[in-house]
Design a protein around this ligand. Structure first.
Ligand SMILES: [Zn+2]
Length: 370
């Protein structure tokens, strides 16, 4: 089973220079071929991966771009493969049209086995044209990775991401199932009444980010102060992402050890990303991330995730009698049904999600993810 493991890394000054060159060339290749493929597309033609790969070989011989030969050729080839994937996702409607890579954004260079060497015994990573890369290994990497990606985040920090093939490790069956309702103010409510709060520091970081973003908007674009402030904002952003990832991992581990079947609502994230309110969209991104993490852990440990159609009226339906309320505004946290049952809004929703998950599983309709 393929997994992506990411570690912080610390290139030397010399390596930083080579990486800057590699990122620049990779970005150039990606953007140039995106431009060419867009032009071809406008003429009703399609340019595929072998064609762009052949064109890259010619481009490297062009006296106008001698610097393309200064860096390892593997990340340049990989940039074309990534572009190919971006097009495939566009044609299968999984994402929008590929966009140009920006200099100030996240930079990356991907290396395949011919361009790196990993020594499992002493956990040493060697990269073509750069030599040994210093990595902070937070856990042991037991196998030779299939690809290695070096990333520079907008904060200026470097990371290395490895694709490793690991053996699944099934956990003992417990015979238990659970339904989960995800929310913005409270992260998750279980059908058994347990609650998982959003950690307080997230709010703190979000307030800090808002202040720093305001300060950024007052600075002149392109100035040194602007660049420094942008890194500042990026660092807070990274802290938020990391703490969220922590929460998601803990929740996922908690679930897969205790339950065999985990029922969740299928969030239509593509639809949600159109929502422009910051807090709300950040919350949605967090829920999507939690669900993905739970799925990955479930697959790894032999458990099942069942996704419920998101248009199912989980909040409006009484779990005791099955009647459906006309309205259920978000401000209502506790309500009483005509049948006399009093419900915590989210717990009632979680119970409905579990019930539908059970029925769907019996009928074989559910989207089972493993
Ligand atoms: Zn009722």
């Amino acid at each position: 089973m393929k997994q992506r493991w990411t570690f912080r890394c610390y290139p030397t000054l010399g390596q930083e220079t080579i990486l800057a060159q590699t990122f620049g060339s990779t970005r150039f290749v990606y953007n140039r071929f995106l431009h060419e493929r867009t032009a071809a597309f406008a003429n009703g033609e399609r340019m595929n991966y072998p064609q762009s790969s052949a064109a890259l070989t010619l481009l490297k011989k062009d006296p106008e771009y001698p610097w393309l030969n200064d860096v390892s050729c593997v990340p340049l080839q990989q940039a074309l493969r990534n572009l190919q994937t971006a097009y495939k996702n566009f044609f299968t409607k999984q994402s929008g049209y590929p966009s140009f890579k920006k200099k100030g954004g996240r930079q990356s260079a991907e290396y395949t086995r011919s361009a790196f060497k990993f020594e499992v015994g002493n956990q040493r990573l060697l990269i073509a044209k750069m030599g040994r890369l210093k990595v902070k290994w937070s856990k042991r990497v037991p196998v030779d990775p299939s690809t290695v990606t070096i990333i520079r985040k907008p904060s200026g920090r470097y990371f290395v991401s490895l694709v490793v093939d690991v053996t699944p490790a099934p956990l003992p069956e417990t015979g238990e199932s659970i339904g989960i309702d995800f929310g913005i103010s409270r992260l998750a409510t279980f059908s058994n009444g347990e609650r998982i709060a959003n950690p307080k520091y997230l709010n703190k970081y979000q307030r800090r980010m808002k202040r720093q973003q305001q300060s950024l908007s007052r600075k002149t674009k392109g100035s040194n102060r602007y660049k420094r402030q942008r890194q500042h904002v990026a660092r807070i952003h990274e802290k938020i992402t990391n703490s969220r990832q922590d929460v998601a991992k803990k929740l996922a581990w908690n679930l897969v050890t205790r339950f065999d079947t985990i029922c969740v609502e299928d969030l239509n994230l593509r639809g949600m990303l159109k929502n422009h309110k910051l807090a709300r969209s950040l919350g949605d991104a967090n829920i999507g991330n939690c669900i993905r993490t739970i799925q990955a852990k479930a697959v790894m440990h032999g458990k099942t995730v069942v996704k419920i159609n998101r248009w199912f009226p989980s909040s409006k339906m009484c779990n005791s009698c099955g009647s459906i309320q006309d309205k259920m505004p978000l401000s209502i946290r506790i309500w009483t049904c005509e049948c006399g049952a009093t419900h915590d809004r989210d717990e009632n929703a979680a119970r409905n999600i579990l019930a539908v998950g059970h029925t769907a599983t019996e009928r074989g309709e559910a989207v089972r993810l493993n």
